[in-house]
Write a protein that binds this ligand. Structure first.
Ligand code: PGA
Length: 251
């Protein structure tokens, strides 16, 4: 069985004091004993303070992005080396990075290699846009994203993959649990053709896109949906800890 991972992507929300408050509330209400891996991705500025708050707790901390270079003339960017002191996870290839900031497959691939080398556990996001889906191109798009993002990666290791259909992100219209299961199975098969079926059988493959406390159980009921990447519903502690409770009860 794969590990179950519930991850909170706060995107560009929460000041440092708001982040501190949200983390504190999550820590107060999180199920005391759980086999679910809970990862929180605050904005960069909140990371140092969040890392102090989560010390000696079960909550893990991640960054929403990183640059592949170690250092240098990259104004506005943050390197893996800078994150290492605070974080153990990093989100790579989120569709907002790809679509709004022009991140290419090649760049995601470079970041993936560097994150692994630096010991940051990556969550690699893939997913089709609405037009791809309408044109029946979902599998082609995802295959291409996987092949390019994982180029020259020799070991799936503890990499996590998240299937996030772009049309479902922040829209309130989630994919159906059956669709998520089918695509997650497709992703596992594609990864299996690169790394071997045995190796990827334990890879957590998450679903993301309008996940809430109302639909999380349906997604987690599917064998190839091993958790969720949650945006909007992770911004308040009640909703997010309810999701964690449901996930813990199911695992
Ligand atoms: P959402 O975002 O839960 O608000 O749809 C998910 C994501 O972008 O990771």
């Amino acid at each position: 069985m794969s590990e179950t991972v519930v991850a909170a992507n706060w995107k560009m929300n929460k000041t440092v004091s708001e982040s501190d408050y949200l983390i504190t509330e999550i820590l107060k209400n999180i199920p005391p004993v759980s086999s679910v891996t809970c990862v929180v991705f605050p904005p960069f500025l909140s990371i140092p303070s969040a890392s102090r708050l989560i010390r000696n707790t079960s909550v893990k901390l991640g960054a929403q992005n990183m640059h592949s270079a170690q250092n240098g003339a990259f104004t506005g960017e943050v390197s893996a080396a800078m994150l290492q002191d605070f974080c153990s996870y990093v989100l790579l290839g989120h569709s907002e990075r790809r679509l709004l900031f022009g991140e290419t497959h090649e760049f995601v691939n470079e970041k993936l290699s560097v994150s692994i080398a630096c010991g940051l556990r990556p969550i690699v996001c893939v997913g089709e846009q609405s037009l791809d889906r309408q044109n029946g191109l979902t599998e082609n798009v995802i295959r291409n994203q996987i092949k390019s993002s994982f180029r020259n990666i020799t070991d799936i290791g503890n990499i996590i993959v998240a299937y996030e259909p772009v049309w479902a992100i922040g829209t309130g219209t989630a994919a159906s649990p059956d669709d998520a299961e089918n695509i997650n199975k497709f992703i596992r098969d594609e990864l299996g053709s690169i790394f071997g079926t045995e190796q990827v059988s334990k890879t957590p493959i998450l679903y993301g896109g309008s996940v809430t406390e109302d639909n999380i159980a349906d997604f987690l009921g599917k064998p190839n949906v091993n958790g969720a990447l949650i945006g909007g519903a992770s911004l308040n502690s009640e909703g997010f800890t309810e999701i964690l409770r449901i996930a813990s009860d199911l695992t």
